[in-house]
Design a protein around this ligand. Sequence first.
Ligand code: GDP
Length: 611
Amino acid sequence: MDMTRSRRHSASAIIEDSDVPSSRNMEKKSGLNFTRLLCICFVCFLVLPALVTLSYNVVSQDSLSGPSQISKMQYNVARSVKAADEVGTQSEEIELHEEQKGENQVLDLEEGNQTSTTMNQGLNESSSLKSAQNMDPSLDGLLADGFSTSSCKSRDQVYRYRKATKFKPSAYLLEKLRNYEALHRKCGPNTEVFKRTLDDLKSGKTLADADCQYVVWVSYSGLGNRMVTIAATFLYALLTNRVLLIDRGVDMTDLFCEPFPNTSWFLPSSFPMAWLQPLNESSTQRYGHLLNNSIIQLYENGTQSNLPHYVYLHLTHNYDFHDKLFFCEREQQFLKRIPWLFLRSNNYFVPSLYLLPSFNEELHHLFPQRDSIFHHLGRYLLHPSNTVWGLITRFYQAYLAHAEQRIGLQIRTYDSGYFPYISDQVLACSQKNRVLPNISHSDEFLEAAYENGFAKKPYAVLVTSLSSGYYERIRDLYWEYPTVGGQLVSVFQPSHEERQHTENQSHNMKAWAEMYLLSLCDVLITSPWSTFGYVAQGLAGIKPLIMFKPENDTVPDPPCREVMSMEPCFHAPPFYDCQAQKGIDTGKVFPYVRHCEDVPWGLKVVENDEL
Ligand code: GDP
């Protein structure tokens, strides 16, 4: 269906039907006419956009009404990751990628050559969200009172930038957070009880019934990884009544605000930071090491004073069988007696917490909408520092605020440089799912609209990538060619750092600002395997189109799919049944813990059991 014609018709119909001409006559008689001005404003700002949106939606619906498309959607929803891949193989060919790259690709994006079969859900959702009221400043009760104003501008001002989320935190989660804040105030740094427990730790004393217990998150890995593991560690703290303390590493203090009122989540300077250095796979305090060498057994058979005064939980991608026993009930019972746990991870290990019977029920109470765990915890915990907030708000206001649609393209490659087939993949994904407008050869509509004073707001495309190549390719495309329907497309990229510099503070500030800016978009296309993208989608509260991992430098078919849930993927889960003491597929234990779209052996929490 020709969207141009449809939109044109809507626009002209409203002009003819409106009473603008009669008010013009009146103006001739009476000079400046207030009614006329009101009418024009009404037509321009309310009726016209509404009809244009309506006509767009009608077009979208029409394009979905064929039985093959409906069955394809059901098929996608009904199948597991493996089956979804099969759908991709059977799906109709994407002409874009059957052709040569470059010029040929441009031609394939032209008017009348659309091969879209799936609904652009993000676009439709965002259209409806547009009319939704803005969020309340407490984010539905998620954020605590008691912070001094302007200590954290991002927390104070977030509601001006985000749209209302359809995911509401449960009353039980809110209660749990308020209780946690009280616990943190009671046990946090600079309290008497903290000083006592720290003295015990330093002197090697272990009190199995210590008043306060701690889990220390040890800074590790890229920023996206850090953010998903902070959320996972905080959830573990909630489940085990521990206090979460953060190793400030080289830059954590400059990236985030304090999330808990009247206290701090950072390890204080009185803590012997040098202790954190040797916490790695070779540490003799590593839980896996203690288990593997029967040292835990010795402790269990001995007296209470024999308990280790702290345990290091090594939950990184290279952890071993014994480290993974962290996800077993018996081992958790033991850990309950250790006041200090140090946890280093680059994994969002939440999905495997459901495997523990003692956590499972609590998780259901906390998150009745299961796929919103990171969404809520991320919005609760992760507030950009004032410096990062400056980067975010200046960019947003200059480039994104006035757009008709904000489209975020997160392009992450693990080799540095620019890869043209990744651009092809992004464009193919966009075309198939109607994210970006298709290009045309005629500027006619644009010119006519401009002449008549109806210039449309542009679509703003936010590209994030270490390379500038993807931004340049997409910007050039929309500069060199008009679009169907005369839609203007502005393309922006805040930075192109070329390489990952995890220890560099200003680099990490930019990375955080970009994740946040992506999370303010209406639609997202993200890269596989990337926690950078997971953070953006989780904070946004939208399901992105995730690209499949390309093999042999070619564009996969299909190029992308909508994710089952916006939860991050746990890339290295255990495959072990603790009770039966044998290997199992942990993606098949519960209908709500599934294998991920991008990492076939990974696990993620999904909402709908029937997916
Ligand atoms: P992941 O490796 O994709 O899971 O994400 P991480 O955030 O953990 O690590 C990637 C790191 O590379 C980021 O934290 C940044 O330091 C850098 N990086 C990757 N992509 C981008 C990007 O689009 N923009 C910026 N500014 N930095 C990026």
